[in-house]
Each structure stands twice: as structure tokens, then as C-alpha cells.
Design a protein around this ligand. Structure first.
Ligand code: BV8
Length: 247
């Protein structure tokens, strides 16, 4: 598969001291994790993610929401980082300052070797008490009727992810916004650019004068603002970019 890359992009990347990237569910599609908008299958097919990934949905039907996350947690644990995740970990080694911000909760960037990762929407691998926010140490307890309860607090357990209507982790958001404002080159990879405030990061990068590269098989509401909009799969385009830098 030969990927046509704009030579100006490679020139910009060679000069760049600070590179930042925002990733969305699309970068994990080639690891067989359905994108957020495709994830609604089986029992949950009749729901939209915005309906299930909310505190209200958990309050209304904690068992169903817990089961949806347990099903996704299992899928993420079995998933393997793909060449797109690996390429971003390689890119981090080649530049002075690299910041990776992800909307994904699957942990695949860290498993691919990325060191500086900010998880804007939390992690599906962690669970916490819904009342106190206290994280669970160790294994998720067995239970007859899910969700299980936190052994110390007694509260119901919920995934440690950011639901719609919940605030994002302040430090992750601040660091990511600063990286977007200071980037020489900013990548937005595999995201429909619909969910805020994450979707505001590439816009901050454009405002600050960065070279902004969108990688997505489809157009998004951000496409017209990008310096380069590369139509294709991140698992193919990102390795091609790293290979071009090594020439
Ligand atoms: C908040 C965790 C305030 C859970 C998720 C303006 C400002 C602030 C808020 C808002 C605002 N406008 C609206 C809001 C509210 C809301 C929002 O944005 N709603 C949307 C629907 C309009 N935002 C919030 O509620 C946020 N909270 O603002 O709180 C606040 C402040 C103080 C105090 C209290 C409250 C919280 C949002 C976080 C929600 N949680 N995830 C979970 O995972 O279950 S969001 C969820 O969507 C995932 O994280 C997902 O990553 C994310 C975005 O979706 P994408 O990643 O883009 O995935 P998607 O499927 O949409 O697209 C995939 C893309 O990949 C596609 O474009 C496809 O073409 C592409 N693709 C496919 N294959 C490939 C590929 N690309 C490359 N290669 C491939 N092979």
C-alpha cells in the first residue's frame, strides 16, 4: 500500500520541536474495537452512546450500563495495539516534545509504548465507587446482581470514565490545551470531532498557528480547518509518516 504524503508535511515534521496529537475511537478501529458510534450492537443496539454513557442511565439501570462496560472492557483487554498506535509511540521518540491526548478509554496507546498520554475520558480498565469516587484496588468482586459493590465503601461500582455531562479531568485537559497551543504540528486522528471539549483542541492548535493534520477515512466538521486532511486509515497513514521521516 503506497501512501501519498504531502512533501511539505514531512518538511514541517522534520523541523518540528513540539508535536501534539488528539486521537479518537477511529485509531482503535483497526484493533477491532468498534468506534464509539459503531459500538452499539447486540443488547445495546437500540441505544445511542449518548444515552448509555451518562450518570442518568447508570442511576436508571445500573446493571445494564455495567454490563455494557463489562462487555467493552473484555473487548479492550483482548485488543492488540495496531500500527497506528505503534507509529505514534515511535513519533514520540523522534521529537523533543510530544504530547498524546486520547478520547479513548481502551489503554492501547500505553500498551503500544506511548509514555506521555493524557486520557481525557478516563479508562475502562479502572472502576470506582459511584458515591465516593474511590477507585477499586485489585480484582472486580464477584456478585449475583451487577454492578458489584466497592468492598470498602459499599457503594455500587461504575467505570472510571467521563460520561456525558461530567467534567473532564482538569490536569489532563489543561496539559492537552497547552500542548495544542504550543504545538508546531498537531495531529487529529480517528475522531469525528463532535464531542467537546476534546474537539476544541484542534481548533486551539489552528488558532495558535500550528500545522494541523487530520487523519480520517471520512471528512469531519474539522476537515476544512486542517492544513492537511489525509483521507485514509490511521493504521496505514501514521506508519507511512514515520517511515518518511526515517528516509
Ligand atoms: C462536559 C467516555 C461539562 C465514555 C466519552 C461544548 C462544550 C462542552 C461540552 C459540550 C459542548 N457541547 C456539547 C457538550 C456536551 C457533551 C458533548 O460534547 N456532546 C456531543 C455529543 C455534542 N460533552 C460532554 O458532556 C463532556 N463533558 O462538557 O462537561 C461540565 C463541566 C463542569 C462540570 C460538569 C460538566 C464529556 C464528554 C465525554 C463523554 N465520554 N467517552 C465511554 O467511552 O463510554 S465520549 C466518546 O465519544 C468516546 O470517548 C469517543 O472517543 C468520543 C468521541 O467520539 P470519537 O472518538 O470521535 O469516535 P466516533 O465514533 O465519534 O468517530 C470515530 C471516527 O473515526 C470517525 O470520524 C471515523 O470516520 C474515524 N475512523 C474510523 N475508522 C478509522 C477512522 N479514523 C482513522 N483510521 C481508521 N481506521
Amino acid at each position: 500500500m503506497t501512501i501519498d504524503l504531502p512533501s511539505e508535511l514531512i518538511t514541517e515534521l522534520r523541523k518540528a520541536k513540539r508535536i501534539a496529537a488528539l486521537t479518537g475511537a477511529g485509531i482503535s478501529a483497526e484493533s477491532k474495537i468498534p468506534t464509539f458510534r459503531d459500538a452499539m450492537t447486540g443488547l445495546w443496539a437500540s441505544f445511542s452512546p449518548e444515552e448509555l454513557a451518562t450518570p442518568e442511565a447508570f442511576a436508571r439501570n445500573p446493571g445494564m450500563v455495567w454490563d455494557w462496560y463489562a462487555f467493552r472492557r473484555e473487548m479492550c483487554a483482548k485488543a492488540i495495539p495496531n500500527p497506528g498506535h505503534v507509529a505514534l509511540a515511535e513519533l514520540e521518540k523522534r521529537v523533543e516534545h510530544f504530547t498524546l491526548t486520547t478520547q479513548n478509554v481502551d489503554g492501547l496507546h500505553q500498551r503500544a509504548g506511548s509514555l506521555r498520554v493524557f486520557e481525557l475520558h478516563g479508562s475502562i480498565a479502572r472502576v470506582k465507587c459511584v458515591d465516593t469516587g474511590r477507585l477499586l484496588d485489585g480484582e472486580i468482586p464477584e456478585c449475583d446482581e451487577p454492578p458489584p459493590r466497592h468492598p470498602e465503601t459499599g457503594g455500587l461500582l461504575r467505570p472510571d470514565v467521563v460520561w456525558f455531562g461530567e467534567a473532564l479531568p482538569v490536569e489532563a485537559l489543561m496539559e492537552s490545551a497547552q500542548a495544542a497551543r504550543n504545538a508546531d504540528v498537531f495531529f487529529t486522528v480517528g475522531t469525528s470531532a463532535l464531542v467537546y471539549p476534546a474537539a476544541g483542541l484542534p481548533i486551539e492548535a489552528v488558532r495558535a498557528g500550528a500545522t494541523v493534520v487530520e487523519i480520517n477515512p471520512l471528512e469531519t466538521p474539522f476537515t476544512e480547518l486542517a492544513t492537511f486532511s489525509l483521507r485514509g486509515k490511521s493504521g496505514e497513514i501514521l506508519p507511512a509518516i514515520v517511515a518518511a521521516l526515517d528516509v
